[in-house]
Design a protein around this ligand. Sequence first.
Ligand code: ZN
Length: 71
Amino acid sequence: MRICPRCGALQPEGTQCAACGFKFEQPLQTTQGTRVTVSQLRDYALLIVGLALILMLAFAAIVVSCVLIAR
Ligand SMILES: [Zn+2]
């Protein structure tokens, strides 16, 4: 059993609330056996993208400084 986050109705396990039609986030089984929700995966993806951007900026700064020093 679970409680609908939108209307608060008590629901049997399912993909959708029978009272208001709210779609529940389905926990996903990963290869490591841990259960994660879609929003957790989205946060994780954003973190990876942010780290990649920072690394790219740092790399660009290093390249630019090397070019400036080489002149
Ligand atoms: Zn509901």
